[in-house]
Design a protein around this ligand. Structure first.
Ligand SMILES: Cc1ncc(COP(=O)(O)O)c(C=O)c1O
Length: 411
């Protein structure tokens, strides 16, 4: 008789974890108010709901300004454009992230320079950032991945020493704080996604945070077809329509109101999970960086040792976890193997010297490759909005899969 649910046994967790996105009468009332009020669109930019959300989210995260727009991909493109980054410039980013991070510099006309991540956090390796700097380097884009944050002390030190801009990809990091400073408020810009899987969502949407008045004005202008945003109405830019509708902004104001309680619950249950799961054989818990002073995360990232799971990959372990009733995902493929990363189709006119940098077949990222292809298991966020029993079920599911790994399908 099989033990593992994937092989026909009984799942550890029978009842579902909390739903996501979570919506109730408050969301319906917020949308209804916009529908009945007649001001549906994002023009004139920002609309009242967008402005209210921008102010609330910027204050919560600790930035001077928020700029709400269509999604968390164009946010990064807009940030680079506002910083004046374009043709011939180079932007350094990590090998383990969503395709959007590497898309942004290409969309702005710059060359993405991809470097490997650290084994401890799977975020950008500052030593490799330093080694990749050339006279054309203009910016670094660290990604705060899963429940981690990139080493912002080192990133900022390198940026200052070489006069580089920093755009933080905070799609996973709403609520996170680094030595008291909010994610997205440390570099020149922080980019957040409000896509439906993200922890502050309206289905779609993205926010840029910045402490710089001029950069905020430029970002508002770029997303509003280049309309001037200065008092003299004179400062035109080159832009397009990346505005978000007021219906979505209304949902975000509700999501913002709920967020602090969700963050506290995630941090409490995340700490319990981390303590318990560290005892499961074959599971590597990454060191908890004490510089993260407010903890809030998209998904909790574990490393499995495939040998302790009968040589199976993270994909098989994630499938087995799903069967046990615990949502799990392998995370991103490394940039050298990523189906969504096809830079040659961008027709970016790169100089011969850059050709290798944009050819995935010539890229090698040993840490990101081991993580993305074999080791990384992202435990779904809804586990951390359940309760202690939900955490124990998730840990027991991982332990059970490890104990009975010989029942796992090949792969
Ligand atoms: C790390 C990362 N960056 C950027 C994005 C892009 O966000 P969006 O889907 O809102 O465009 C996502 C998520 O989708 C992401 O996970």
């Amino acid at each position: 008789m099989a033990e593992l649910a994937i092989a026909g046994g009984r799942p550890v967790r029978a009842e579902p974890y909390p739903d996501w996105p979570h919506g109730d009468d408050e969301d319906v009332a917020a949308v209804e108010e916009v529908v009945r009020g007649g001001r549906w669109g994002g023009f004139p930019e920002p609309g009242p709901k967008a402005a209210a959300f921008e102010e609330a989210f910027a204050a919560y995260q600790g930035a001077e300004h928020g700029v709400l727009m269509a999604n968390g991909t164009v946010t990064m493109e807009v940030a680079l454009k506002a910083l004046g980054i374009g043709w011939g410039d180079e932007v350094i980013l990590p090998a383990l992230t969503f395709a959007a991070t590497v898309y942004a510099p290409i969309a702005a006309g710059a060359v993405p320079v991809v470097v490997d991540v650290t084994p401890d956090t799977w975020t950008i390796d500052p030593d490799l950032v330093e080694a990749a700097i050339t006279p054309r380097t203009r910016a670094i884009m660290p990604v705060h991945l899963g429940h981690q944050m990139a080493d912002m002390d080192r990133v900022m030190e390198i940026a200052r020493a070489h006069d580089l801009a920093v755009v933080e990809d905070c799609a996973h990091a709403h609520g996170q704080r680094w030595i008291g400073k909010g994610a997205g408020c440390i570099g020149d810009f922080g980019s957040f996604s409000h896509q439906s899987s993200k922890i502050m969502t309206a289905g779609e949407g993205g926010t840029l945070l910045t402490n710089d008045d001029r950069l905020a004005r430029l970002a508002h202008s770029i997303i509003d077809c280049g309309r001037p945003k200065d008092d003299a109405e004179a400062e035109y830019t080159f832009g397009a329509n990346y505005r978000l509708s007021e219906l979505s902004a209304a949902l975000l104001t509700v999501a913002m109101g709920r967020f602090p309680e969700q963050q506290a619950q995630r941090a409490t249950l995340g700490a319990i999970f981390e303590g318990l799961v560290a005892d499961v054989p074959g599971v590597r818990v990454m060191p908890h960086d004490p510089r993260i002073t407010r903890w809030s995360f998209y998904r909790y990232v574990l490393a499995i040792e495939p040998d302790a799971f009968a040589g199976r990959t993270n994909q098989v372990v994630c499938d087995a976890l799903e069967a046990e009733g615990v949502g799990a995902w392998t995370g991103y493929e490394p940039m050298s193997h990523y189906d969504l990363f096809q830079p040659s189709l961008s027709r970016l006119p790169v100089a011969v010297e850059h050709a290798d940098r944009l050819d995935p077949a010539k890229m090698s990222f040993p840490v990101a490759e081991a993580a993305g292809l074999r080791e990384s298991v992202y435990v779904d966020e809804n586990v951390f909005r359940s309760d202690r029993a939900g955490i124990e079920h998730a840990v027991e599911a991982i332990a059970k899969i490890q104990r009975h790994a010989d029942e796992l399908p090949e792969g």
